[in-house]
Design a protein around this ligand. Structure first.
Ligand code: B12
Length: 297
């Protein structure tokens, strides 16, 4: 190697990111490189330093002062935020949440939110893929069930704490009831739904997980919600889910509300069988549906 030229691997170590991230930044034209006749990328130290300088200079105005409080924020995190590089941010979240440090996890999410990554972007583009990866690693036996539990509880704590910082629209009078049916213990999705609706001006009642169908029906009759949101990931049987949703839908219809079912219900096979007013495939779809209800109101 020519003296003064760095390999992708060396630059990745300097900037504390994966080699693929360095390649992506190079391909975007943000980081200058020299291509060897063999097609390898090589970097001049002065270009790497210039990249870091330019970047730091650029972000001074954009990043909030709270940055100094977050020891783990590096130039690479800043750059990923600025360029909305969700895979990198999701990887950082994955590592942070698996460490199980609640405060660091909250600080990281808070830093993203303070730097204009929206609540829905945080949930769908950062948290969701990180937990998909946790699921994959659990299947491959790379992480244990105790780590999955720790990560879930750490994430839940962080998103609940972040909710205090999230900007909330004024209340518009709509009432939302959110929860999971009996034997359902996946809580992160429905917590996200509850938080998004609360930020959108809904008065929310959060029932949590593992609620028997009859108790869910009692809650609908007591709170008279305009919308009922149910999250389902692992129903005991498909038939049980179909029957329970039909019962919830009937009660919701009687009180003039709408039933929204998310999670596994949005899979192509189940979608046709489940009785509901809306089965959104994403939080954005959920918001389109609920906003259409508000327009009609
Ligand atoms: C964390 C986790 C757990 C934790 C949950 C802890 C907690 N407090 O929540 C624990 C360890 C308890 C757990 C247990 C189990 N789990 Co689990 N778990 C997961 C994991 C890794 C992440 C789920 C998660 O929270 N993701 C983050 C949230 C944001 O995403 P989400 O829930 O998918 O929600 C998204 C959408 O579905 C949608 N959505 C969800 N609900 C709603 C509701 C509405 C209204 C709307 C609009 C949208 C919406 O929006 C979200 C963003 O896109 C997934 C892996 C994966 N690939 O998803 C497996 C996974 C869901 N689990 C699975 C299984 C099989 C189980 C167990 C049966 C394992 C076992 N053998 O014991 C048990 C069942 C427990 C039960 N009865 O509920 C399977 C489900 C497979 C299936 N349905 O076909 C998965 C997919 C893993 C896998 N690949 O096998 N799990």
């Amino acid at each position: 190697m020519k003296p003064g030229l760095l390999s992708t691997n060396e630059v990745s170590k300097m900037l504390k990111v994966n080699e693929s991230t360095i390649k992506r930044w190079t391909d975007k034209g943000s980081l200058r490189c020299i291509k060897t006749p063999g097609g390898h990328r090589k970097y001049k130290m002065k270009d790497v330093v210039q990249f870091m300088d330019t970047f730091s200079y650029d972000v001074t105005d954009l990043l909030v002062p709270a940055k100094e409080q977050l020891s783990k924020v590096t130039v690479s995190t800043d750059y990923a935020i600025l360029t909305k590089d969700y895979p990198v941010l999701s990887d950082i979240f994955f590592n942070t949440v698996l460490e199980g440090n609640r405060e660091n996890t909250f600080q990281f999410l808070n830093f993203l939110y303070a730097n204009r990554i929206s609540q829905i972007e945080i949930y769908e583009r950062i948290l969701f893929p990180a937990f998909q990866k946790i699921g994959e690693q659990w299947i491959q036996k790379k992480i244990g069930i105790e780590q999955e539990h720790l990560a879930s509880n750490t994430a839940l704590h962080a998103i609940i704490k972040l909710q205090d910082q999230v900007h909330k629209k004024p209340k518009h009078g709509g009432i939302a009831l959110c929860g999971c049916l009996e034997f359902e213990y996946h809580e992160i999705g429905i917590t996200c739904v509850n938080n998004i609706l609360e930020a959108d001006g809904w008065t929310t009642y959060y029932l949590g997980t593992n609620l028997p169908k009859d108790s869910f029906i009692d809650a609908i009759e007591n709170y008279l919600p305009n919308i009922v949101c149910v999250s389902t990931m692992t129903p005991r049987t498909q038939k049980q889910l179909i029957d329970d949703c039909a019962a919830l839908h009937e009660t919701t219809r009687i009180i003039n509300g709408k039933l929204i079912v998310g999670g596994i219900a949005s899979s192509s096979t189940l979608k046709k069988k489940i009785s509901a007013d809306c089965i959104p495939g994403s939080f954005s779809e959920l918001m389109t549906f609920v906003n259409s209800l508000l327009i009609k109101k």
